[in-house]
Structures are given as structure tokens and as C-alpha cells.
Design a protein around this ligand. Sequence first.
Ligand SMILES: [Zn+2]
Length: 260
Amino acid sequence: MKSVFMKSFCSLLIPALLTAPAFVSASDNKSPDAQPEWSYSGANGPSHWGDLSPEFNMCKQGKNQSPVDISNAIKAKLPAVKFDYAMLVPENIVNTGHSIQINIRSGGSIKIDDEKFILKQFHFHSPSENMIDHASYPLEAHFVHSNDKNELAVVSILYQPGGMDNLALIPLLRNMPMNKGDSNRLSAADTQLFERNKSVKNYFSFNGSLTTPPCTEGVRWIVMQSRPGLSRRQLLGFQKALKHPNSRPIQPLNARIVTK
Ligand SMILES: [Zn+2]
């Protein structure tokens, strides 16, 4: 009896073990939320993103992709961007493996031409993704907002190297999740120095895309002309948590113009 049981048990178990990995990956591919693995180098790197999934098609077919090298911007009367981050309440700071991201619970918004966009999250790239006059910067923050039609407006801040600690970044570095999947809670005090309750007119404006798959277009980009500094120690803190550069290469402007 026993040997028959063992035999039938094993004959059931072994095929199950052999097929388990295939089953897991097939089910992952079928999951509606699953995205193919993408990265910043190698076979899944930026030049291959468009081939990793039909959903990532815009990464190779899009004509309005980000980031861009901003040069020869045309002077225009841009509307002021009115920041209201006074009541900003962050949720947490997460190491996604692709970036360091601060998720926002409530309280942050911008207004452009009386159109309101709500701050959803902000995250960091090192080195910068956008360039100005062919120059790269050591760190770039993307503040991702959406309006009630789910249209995106991303505010970019480029950080200059050298100098003192940037006070707004200190609480983030103190709570920095060091490994992929790690996250730490944040309180309102940890993001209060990002409050920018002011109107900003000095910025570069252009149409672009998400800089990560699926590279969706129709994103309104607002790149601040003023560039705060950060210390070398702070930069190393971000880079140590990111583990690798997380910048998509510059994309062609094609027919777009950049205004300022
Ligand atoms: Zn970004």
C-alpha cells in the first residue's frame, strides 16, 4: 500500500514540480496588472523597451517622447504655474527598483490657466533625464500631477551639484528605503519644505511622454528654470539607494518646439 501511495504521490509531485516554473511565469503574463520586466541596461534596457510588450509600443513608435535636450527654447508668454503644496500629506517613500518615489495622500496641486492638476507622487532620477543646452545634472525630481480627465502634468526640478545640503531633501534621505521593495512612512513634516506656494513663470514647456514604459504621450512637461543645489553626500545617498543610473536616453524633439 505504502509503496503504491508513494509511487502515485511522486508521479503526481514530480510533473507538478517540473511544470511549476512554467505555470508561474504563464500566470504572471496573464495577470492584468503584470508588466514585462524592464530595466535601464542590457536586454531589457531602453533601446528594447518598445519590443518587450505591445503595450510599450509608444517607446519606439512615439514622436513626442521624453526626456529631451532643451536648447533654442522659444520665448513665449507662458501662463504662471501656481503651486499649492501647503497642505501636502505624503503617504510613504518607496524604493521601486526603478526609482525612489514619494506617494502623496492628499494636499498638493498646481493650477495652469485655471486648470487644476493634483499631485500624485514625485520621484527621482540620477543623473537627470532632461538636459539643458546639452548639459546633464546629477539629480532630477519629477512631480507627477493629473487633472480630472486623467491628463498628466509633470513638473521637473533639476538639481545642481556641489554646495550645502539641500534642506528639502534631508528628511527624504533620513527615511531612504535602501533596497528594492522597501518603503518607509512619511509625515507631513517630511515634505513641508517642498511647499511652493507661489507662481512660477520661469520654466520650459513642451509636450512629451512618460520616461518609463509604457512611454504614454500627451504629458505636459514643465521644467523649472531655477535649479536648487544638493551636496555630494546627498547625491551619494540617492545613488546608493538607486543602485544604478535610472535615466532614459534623450529622445528626438521631431516637430516639437520648447517654449520658455
Ligand atoms: Zn520620472
